[in-house]
Design a protein around this ligand. Structure first.
Ligand SMILES: Nc1nc2c(ncn2[C@@H]2O[C@H](COP(=O)(O)OP(=O)(O)O)[C@@H](O)[C@H]2O)c(=O)[nH]1
Ligand SMILES: [Mg+2]
Length: 244
């Protein structure tokens, strides 16, 4: 019986979805997959449905009507995972930027090494970024410095989207208080965990830019991050993310 759920949010990932699901299943029986698809016009969900016919016990899908953002997709996935009693709940992109084999290390960090949040980190010692244009590395690394400076969080890669949470983290946070829907969601989840006193560990990974499909990154998302993180920090003086 799998104790780990890998949540993969998708919007138009037909080139990647079959292979990424197979890569997770190949890691062994500890891992199941939940795809959260936002009505991808390219038919991503149909591909998942046909895989579910072969692995109805290991692959699951949540279908949402329209593109509602990465953050809300993950929150929906978290509630699903908690309800189904998974012990370890992971986040991963569909596009192979996050090496699926590293899921084993992220799970081990939580299962064996006492982490409550394990972050697949590009900017910790041993981590790396491959094939990203220089401006994208610059924005991402700059964002990491900005977040660390503002929040005091000792996490080298606070925007990372490759994470494994122990269920106790997700069940004790009030997920309704997570405000961000775009990339800043990743920052806010780590900040909420940090502020609530959970143990965060970074596991070095090599992040590789996608070779298939296209990125959903946009200028609006960057704006949300810059001003949003300031606001997040300010609000944190007055409220906690823990359930009352
Ligand atoms: N369900 C859902 N998935 C999304 C949304 N936006 C992005 N994604 C998925 O989130 C993951 C990260 O997005 P991606 O385009 O790879 O971003 P990048 O790697 O930062 O360029 C991918 O698996 C996307 O398909 C969304 O609004 N809803
Ligand atoms: Mg990506």
């Amino acid at each position: 019986m799998a104790d780990t759920l890998v949540i993969i949010p998708t919007y138009n990932e037909k080139e990647n979805i079959t292979a990424i699901i197979n890569a997770v299943l190949d890691l062994g029986d500890d891992f199941n997959v939940l795809v959260v698809d936002d009505g991808s016009p390219d038919g991503t969900a149909d591909l998942v449905d046909s895989m579910i016919l072969s692995f109805p016990e290991r692959i699951f899908i949540l279908k949402r009507k329209g593109k509602a953002g990465l953050g809300t997709a993950y929150i929906a996935g978290f509630h699903w995972a908690l309800d189904k009693q998974y012990s370890f709940i992971c986040e991963m992109d569909a596009d192979f930027s996050h090496p699926p084999a590293a899921l084993v290390q992220l799970r081990n960090a939580c299962f064996l090494q006492g982490a409550e949040v394990a972050v697949g980190s590009r900017y910790t010692k041993g981590g790396n970024v491959k094939n990203w244009p220089l401006d994208r590395i610059f924005i991402s690394y700059g964002a990491s410095l900005y977040v660390r400076l503002l929040t005091g969080m000792p996490v080298k890669d606070p925007t990372a989207g490759f994470v494994c949470y122990h269920r106790s983290v997700l069940s004790s946070l009030d997920l309704g208080k997570i405000k961000f829907v775009g990339y800043a969601f990743q920052i806010e989840m780590k900040f909420a965990s940090f502020q609530s006193g959970f143990i965060i560990k970074e596991v070095p990974i090599t992040f590789i830019d996608r070779t298939l499909g296209s990125s959903k990154m946009s200028g609006g998302i960057i704006k949300e991050a810059v001003f949003g993180v300031l606001q997040m920090r300010w609000n944190s003086f007055f409220h906690s993310y823990k359930k009352n």
